[in-house]
Design a binder for this molecule. Structure first.
Ligand code: GRF
Length: 213
C-alpha cells in the first residue's frame, strides 16, 4: 500500500507513521510521498529525516486554490499512491483534487466526530469547543475524506477522557498521544484488510466555506 501524506505543519502524526514504519509496525505500508502546502514546516523535516520524498505545493504558485488542489491530486496519482492520509492538512480539498486523485483519502481529526468537526474546527479550537461544551470525553476519529468537511464515513474512533480542570492544551496533549496510536493501528489494519471503497462513501456537494491559505 503506497501511502501519500498531505501536511501543513508540525507533523507529529506523520512522524508517528514513519516511526511505526521504521520499527516494523506497518507491514505492507510504503510511505511514498509527503506533500505540504506550506514551506519550511516541521513535517517536511520529518519526511527528510526518514528519507521520504517531499514536495511543497504553495497556493501562490497556482491561479487559484482549485488548481493547487488538482496539482496535489495529480502528484499523489503520479506517485502511484494507493491511499492518501491527511495528517494536519489545514485546507479544504476541492473538486479538482478528487478528479485528479482517484484513490481513497483519509483524515485524522482530534474529536469524536460528528462532534466538534466542520468549518473552523481545527487545532486548538476543537479542544476548546470540547471544554466549552462541558463534554466528559473527547477522542480521535479517522474517516474517509469526501467533499464534505469532516463528514465522510468513520473508519476508527478512540475515546479520551476529559479531566476536571483540563484546559485546551492539556486535553490536546492527551488526545494527540491517542491520535498517534490509533493512526498507526488503523493504517496497519487497512494494509491487511484492504482499502475502503469510496463508492460507499457519502459524496454530497454541500457547499462549505473555509478560509483559503
Ligand atoms: C492533529 O491534531 C490532527 O488530528 C489534526 O491536526 C493536528 C495535526 O498535528 N487534523 P500534527 O501536524 O500531526 O502534529
Amino acid at each position: 500500500m503506497r501511502l501519500g501524506v498531505l501536511v501543513s505543519g508540525r507533523g507529529s502524526n506523520l512522524e508517528a507513521v514513519l516511526d511505526g514504519h521504521r520499527e516494523g509496525r506497518l507491514a505492507g505500508v510504503e510511505p511514498a510521498l509527503v506533500l505540504s502546502n506550506r514551506p519550511g514546516v516541521r513535517a517536511l523535516a520529518v519526511a527528510e529525516r526518514h528519507g521520504v520524498p517531499s514536495r511543497v505545493l504553495e497556493r501562490g504558485a497556482f491561479a487559484d486554490a482549485g488548481a493547487r488542489d488538482g496539482a496535489i491530486g495529480l502528484a499523489f496519482e503520479d506517485a502511484r499512491c494507493d491511499l492518501v492520509l491527511l495528517a494536519g492538512y489545514d485546507q479544504l480539498l476541492r473538486d479538482p483534487y478528487f478528479t485528479a486523485y482517484r484513490g481513497p483519502t483519509i483524515n485524522i481529526h482530534p474529536s469524536l466526530l460528528p462532534l466538534h468537526g466542520g468549518p473552523g474546527m481545527m487545532g486548538m479550537a476543537v479542544h476548546q469547543a470540547v471544554i466549552d461544551a462541558g463534554d466528559a470525553e473527547s477522542g480521535v476519529s479517522i474517516h474517509l475524506v469526501t467533499r464534505d468537511l469532516d463528514s465522510g464515513p468513520i473508519l476508527a474512533r478512540a475515546q479520551v477522557p476529559v479531566h476536571p480542570g483540563d484546559d485546551a492544551e492539556a486535553l490536546a496533549r492527551r488526545v494527540l498521544n491517542v491520535e498517534h496510536r490509533l493512526l498507526v493501528e488503523t493504517l496497519a489494519s487497512l494494509a491487511v484488510r484492504g482499502l475502503p471503497n469510496l463508492a460507499s462513501a457519502s459524496m454530497t456537494d454541500r457547499p462549505v466555506t473555509v478560509e483559503d491559505d
